[in-house]
Design a protein around this ligand. Structure first.
Ligand code: ADP
Ligand code: MG
Length: 686
C-alpha cells in the first residue's frame, strides 16, 4: 500500500532505506519512523562557524569552507591508497586526506565548493584533515555542516551521517504528526517547548540554548510519565488500623540488649503512625549497613502480631532468607513469637508442614524467598509485608504478596542506600524513612587495597589481631557462574590456611551448600569466639553479626561490585574495636581500579552509592533491566535530578484529579504510558 508516511510506517518507507539498512536499524530497535524520531543524538557539534584556514590550529577540530583544488592519489605501499584533495579558502590551504577510499575521487571534483569538518594536524610540513566529513555547498541541505550538527550513537554499518539523513527525512515526512501528551497547563507551568518543536530541536538545533530547552522538555516528559506509571493506582483504600503498642511490643523493646538510636526511634514512631492509621502503610526504610534496620523491621512484625495478624518477610535469596530467619528468631522467639522459614528448596513433608503452620496461623512470622508468593501459600491473617530489596523485586511480585492479605501494610527495606531524590524515582510509591545514624561507639572501618603478593603480610596481620583476642573473616573469590566452584574454592582455601598458615588457630568454613543446621552451628561457634578465622563465601554478606570480629579480608576483591564490598565490609566495625577491611585484588579494568580505590576512601554508604551510580549509571546500578523498569531515552537521572520532585508533584496532581486517566484530556498521556510500561500497565495492581 502506498500511503502517506506516518509515525507508525516502517522506516523502509523513507527514501534511501531498503531492506538491508532496515535490518541494521532493527538492531537498534528502530522499526518505525516514530521510533527513529526518538533515537536522539548523543551529542552535537557546532559546525555553524567556518574557520578561515589561515587561523586553524593543529590539533583542533574545525569546519572549514573552500574550493577544492588539486587531487592526488598516492600508493605508498601495497594495500594502501591515499587520496588527497587540496582545499583553499582565500586565506590559505590544507589537505583533505582519505585512506583507502579511492571512490572519493568520483564524489568530489576540482572547483567544487565544500565544507569539511575534522581534526586538523600538521604532517609532513602541511596542514591535513584526516577522514573529514565533507559536504558540497551547492548541494547541501544544511544537514552535515553549516549548523549545529547531531552526532548519533551509531552502530556497525549505520553511520551518524546516515542516521542524520534518515531522521531529517522522517521529520520532514511526519514531524508535524507528533502530538502533545502533557496537558497544556502543565506545559506552560514548566516552560516546556511544544513536543514537535522539542523533538526537532533535539535533532537539528537552531542554537545551543534551544538544545538545552528541548532536552529539558523531553526529560521532563519522560520523568512525568515515569512518576505517573509508578504512582498510578497507589493503594488509597482502607487498610488495617493497628492498635497502639501493647504488652508484647513493650516486652520486645525491653529485652533489646541496647538503647535504640534517635533515628531508630523516629523510624518506629513513623511506622507506628502508619500502621495505626487507616491508610495502608507504604514505607521504604533506608539505612547504611549496620544502622540497625533489622530491629526496626522486627518492631513492625511484633506490632502486627500483637494485633492478631501475621507478618511475612520476603528476601531475594535463600541464604538471605536463612539469615533473616536466624536473626529474627533470636529477636522474636524469646517473646513467644513463632517464626517459620519457607524457601524454594523445601519439598515434600517439610514444605507441607510449614504451609500448614502458615495457614493455621501458628506461624506468626514467615521468612522466605519468592516461594512465599507461590500459589498454595495461604496465610490465616496476613497484616504486614516486609520486603528486603537487595535486588529489586518487580512491582508485580510485590503486589502478589500484598494480595495474600487484605490491604496489608508494606515495609520495604533497601540494603543499598540510594540518594533521596533517586529514591523518589525508584520507590516513587513509598514514603521514605532514613536511618541516618549508626549505633554509638562505631569507628569507621580502615580499608586497605593490596595485591596478592603481600598475602603473607596480611596473614601476619590477622595473626596479630587474633592474638589480641579478635576474630576475622576471609571471603573467597566470587565465582559468578558456579556456586559449586565457589564452594570448592572456599573449601580448598580453608584447608590450605589451616594446614600451612594457621595450624595453631581454629578455622571455620561457611558456604551456601552447607545444611542449615551446619551453618547455624558454625555461626554459633564463631559468635562464641570458638572459631578465630571464618573462611566463607559471600553467604556472610548479610545478616552475620559478630561485634568481636575486627578484620574482613576479601580475596579477588575486583570481582565484587561496590555495593557488595560495602555490605561485606559492614560485617566488621560492629563493636567497640577498631576494625579493618583488606581488599586483595588486581583489577584489570580502570573501573575496577576506581572501585577498589573509592572503597579505601569512602566509608559512608550513601556517598558510596552515589559514586557507584556515577561509575555504572542508573540502569546497572538499580539492576532495572531485569525488573521491567522502562529505559530512559533522554532524562539522565544524575543530570536531571532537579526535575524529579517537580515531575512527581505534577504527577500527583494529575492523579488526584483524574485517578484513572479517563479524562479525554489525558488520553494521549495514557497512550504514552502504555507505550512505556506495556499495554496493560494499569492492570498491574488490579
Ligand atoms: P543493618 O541491617 O541495618 O545493616 P543490623 O540490623 O544488622 O543492621 O544491625 C547491626 C548491628 O547493630 C546488630 O548487631 C544489631 O544488634 C546492632 N544494633 C542495632 N541497633 C543498635 C543500637 N541502637 N545500639 C547498639 N547496637 C545496635
Ligand atoms: Mg541487615
Amino acid at each position: 500500500m502506498q500511503g502517506r508516511v506516518g509515525l507508525n510506517s516502517s522506516i523502509q518507507e523513507l527514501p534511501g532505506i531498503g531492506p538491508s539498512r532496515a535490518r541494521l536499524f532493527g538492531r537498534l530497535g528502530i522499526k518505525t519512523v516514530g521510533e527513529l524520531l526518538f533515537w536522539f543524538p548523543r551529542q552535537w557539534e557546532d559546525r555553524s562557524e567556518c574557520q578561515p584556514v589561515a587561523g586553524v590550529k593543529p590539533g583542533s577540530r574545525v569546519t572549514v569552507r573552500g574550493r577544492l583544488g588539486r587531487v592526488e592519489e598516492i600508493r605508498p605501499r601495497r594495500g594502501l591508497t591515499i587520496t588527497k584533495f587540496e582545499l583553499t579558502d582565500g586565506t590559505g590551504s590544507l589537505a583533505l586526506v582519505f585512506f583507502n577510499q579511492p571512490y572519493r575521487k568520483g564524489q568530489l571534483r576540482r572547483g567544487q565548493e565544500v565544507m569539511a569538518t575534522g581534526k586538523v594536524e600538521m604532517r609532513y610540513g602541511e596542514l591535513q584533515m584526516n577522514s573529514p566529513e565533507v559536504e558540497t555547498v551547492a548541494r547541501q541541505k544544511g544537514l552535515h555542516s553549516g549548523r549545529i550538527v547531531p552526532i548519533y550513537p551509531a552502530t556497525e554499518g549505520l553511520t551518524s551521517r546516515l542516521l542524520r539523513y534518515a531522521v531529517f527525512t522522517a521529520l520532514k515526512a511526519c514531524g508535524a504528526d507528533l502530538e502533545e501528551i502533557i496537558p497544556a497547563e502543565i506545559r506552560e507551568r514548566q516552560g516546556l517547548l511544544p513536543r514537535a518543536v522539542a523533538i526537532r530541536e533535539m535533532h537539528f538545533p537552531t542554537g545551543w540554548e534551544q538544545v538545552q530547552r528541548a532536552r529539558r522538555s523531553l526529560a521532563f516528559e519522560e520523568l512525568l510519565l515515569l512518576q505517573l506509571g509508578l504512582l498510578y493506582d497507589r493503594e488509597e483504600g482502607e487498610g488495617i488500623a493497628h492498635g497502639p503498642d501493647g504488652e508484647l511490643v513493650a516486652s520486645f523493646l525491653a529485652q533489646l540488649p541496647f538503647t535504640l538510636t534517635g533515628a531508630q526511634k523516629r523510624a518506629l514512631a513513623e511506622i507506628a503512625r502508619d500502621m495505626e492509621g487507616k491508610r495502608p502503610m507504604d514505607r521504604l526504610l533506608q539505612g547504611d549497613v549496620g544502622s540497625g534496620k533489622t530491629v526496626v523491621a522486627a518492631y513492625a512484625l511484633v506490632k502486627t502480631v500483637e494485633n492478631g495478624y501475621q507478618g511475612v518477610v520476603m528476601v531475594p535469596t535463600e541464604i538471605l532468607a536463612e539469615q533473616h530467619y536466624l536473626n529474627l528468631s533470636r529477636l522474636l522467639k524469646p517473646i513467644g513469637i513463632e517464626v517459620a522459614l519457607l524457601t524454594g528448596s523445601m519439598t515434600g513433608k517439610e514444605r507441607e508442614m510449614v504451609l500448614q503452620r502458615i495457614e493455621g496461623g501458628g506461624a506468626r512470622v514467615v521468612v522466605g524467598t519468592h516461594a512465599v508468593i507461590q500459589e498454595g501459600v495461604d496465610f490465616a491473617r496476613l497484616g504486614l509485608v516486609v520486603i528486603d530489596e537487595q535486588h529489586r523485586f518487580g512491582v508485580s511480585q510485590r503486589s502478589t504478596l500484598l494480595k495474600k492479605g487484605e490491604a496489608c501494610d508494606l515495609l520495604v527495606m533497601t540494603a543499598t542506600p540510594i540518594p533521596r531524590t533517586l529514591a523518589l524515582v525508584f520507590y516513587s510509591d513509598l514514603d521514605i524513612t532514613v536511618l541516618d545514624e549508626v549505633p554509638p561507639g562505631r569507628k569507621p572501618v580502615e580499608t586497605y587495597w593490596v595485591s596478592e603478593k603481600i598475602a603473607t603480610r596480611v596473614y601476619a596481620f590477622l595473626r596479630r589481631q587474633v592474638g589480641e583476642g579478635r576474630q576475622a573473616y576471609i571471603v573467597c573469590p566470587l565465582v559468578e557462574e558456579s556456586d559449586k566452584l565457589e564452594v570448592q574454592a572456599a573449601t580448598e582455601l580453608a584447608s590450605y590456611l589451616q594446614e600451612k598458615v594457621f595450624p595453631d588457630l581454629k578455622l571455620g568454613l561457611l558456604h551456601g551448600r552447607l545444611p542449615l543446621e551446619e551453618k547455624e552451628r558454625v555461626m554459633e561457634e564463631f559468635r562464641r569466639g570458638e572459631i578465630d578465622i571464618l573462611v566463607a563465601t559471600t553467604v556472610i554478606e548479610v545478616g552475620v553479626d559478630v561485634p568481636n570480629a575486627s578484620v574482613m579480608v576479601i580475596q579477588n576483591a575486583e570481582r565484587f561490585g561496590l555495593a557488595q564490598l560495602h555490605q561485606l565490609r559492614g560485617r566488621v566495625g560492629r563493636g567497640e574495636y577498631q576494625s579493618y577491611c583488606i581488599l586483595i585484588g588486581t583489577p584489570t579494568t580502570e573501573e575496577g581500579r576506581q572501585r577498589l580505590q573509592v572503597m579505601t576512601e569512602v566509608t559512608d554508604g550513601f556517598r558510596l552509592a552515589e559514586a557507584d551510580l556515577k561509575m555504572r549509571g542508573p540502569g546497572e546500578f538499580f539492576g532495572t533491566r531485569q525488573s521491567g523498569f522502562p529505559e530512559l531515552k533522554v532524562a539522565d537521572l544524575m543530570e536531571d535530578i532537579g526535575l524529579i520532585p517537580q515531575a512527581r508533584r505534577e504527577a500527583l496532581q494529575i492523579l488526584s484529579r483524574d485517578p484513572h486517566l479517563t479524562d479525554p484530556a489525558h488520553t494521549a498521556l495514557r497512550h504514552a504510558l502504555e507505550g512505556l510500561f506495556g499495554q496493560n500497565w494499569w492492570e498491574r495492581r488490579a
